[in-house]
Design a protein around this ligand. Sequence first.
Ligand code: GLU
Length: 503
Amino acid sequence: MSKQVRVRFAPSPTGPLHIGGVRTALFNYLFAKKNNGVFFLRIEDTDQNRFVPGAEEYIMEALEWLGIAPDETIGKNEKFGPYKQSERKHLYKQYADELINSGNAYYAFDTAEALDLQRKQHEEQGKTFIYNWHNREKLDTSLVISAAETSKRIAAGEDFVIRFKTPVDETLHLQDIIRGEVKFETNLLDDKVLFKSDGMPTYHLANIVDDHLMETSHVIRGEEWLPSMPLHVMLYRAFGWEAPEFAHLPLIMKPVGNGKLSKRDGDKLGFPVFPLNWKDPISGETSSGYREKGFFPEAVVNFLALLGWNDGTEKEMFSLEELEQAFDLSRVHKAGAKFDPEKNKWFNHQYLMKKDDADLAKSFAPIVAEKGITVSENVLTKIVSLIKERADFVSEFWDLSDFFFVTPISYDEKARKNWKEETPTLMQELISVLGEITDFTAANIETIVKDWMTKNEIGMGKVMQPFRLSLVGALKGPHLFDIVELIGKEETIKRIEKAITSL
Ligand code: GLU
């Protein structure tokens, strides 16, 4: 690659960033890093009607959280700034004019009512109205009125749009890095609006002008933009600019059935489709985010990277640094990538297991404190080490470990059958055995208790199950003697006594 790699993520701030958008950002980021390039973020807010307050900040915060912040954006290395299209408004008009002057675009004055009428009339004949070469010379455009008349109407303040004059009878053979050759017939395309009389460009014009001015080398974006590719390539051609290379990423599909993953799928099946929590400023509706659900950013990055890409081996666990090395656009699949919420949890579990117990204990500490419990960092770290294997999230720690902190208030119904006639006597004897132990550490307690059982020919189950039931309230939890050591002699004996009276 001769040119410097410069890629962009160009979201429209119309709401929270959907997980598909996050993946697009990630693939751009990885491609930039892999090729010693630049990853920049441009906010495409030309459609003021769709502007949602807070969305821009949300996008930036999400990328920060995931560790894939852009190299250039609003307020950061503004080499080709501004990075927000509404602040570049003054730039676009001259480019629209340039296309008019070169005969690649034209003014259209049709009112909304006139276009509606066209649509209706076409429908009545079983046809679809497409604004293009078929009819552009029968409509109210500068193609059919004189230049003087056109200027007069514009000067008089009449509303207009500038449309692209799509070339006729051409087959475009375009190259997409992921899809290979893609063919388009220009006769099937409509003459898209590029500019409006309110002074704002549409997405298409602003996007092309900015990608050119910001020296974008590769456009990596979702498959939903593939239909726009012919227009974009023709715009580059009309301006006489070199077009960037294109790569259209596969859609992210629903976990079950067919179709694109939607916000509703997430709500229905109980998993987030957004990186961070979002409260809609208008409806007040909230959507949950990966961060608040307790996902680690590394886990989210890892599972998103594998939505439509792999390194050609069976390898699944990738750190961001490894992805930066391994990522390759030519290994991105064409077919849609199924979203698997269970797999996402699996990834979180893997990262949870890799984390330092002391760090996890720090995240767990506020939950414990909220219950009004004080516990030393050391003890909490030990508890975490005993239970984390069973958890996908730190938020599950409490349910997996509550018995370390509080005496059981009830006993699992099914487990009660392990409490037999002879159990109270055995438990009393156990209390005496435990009372004698001075070195109250798990291994030592285990040896002494097991020696006592062997000597007195008491079956394991007869003691161990009621013992666990007394301490935990159920037949669950980590190694029993680890629990005994951690809660201590006094509490252990108290719990057995309580079980004897309650069961
Ligand atoms: N603003 C477009 C979007 O919201 C950008 C599409 C593109 O990358 O060209 O996704």
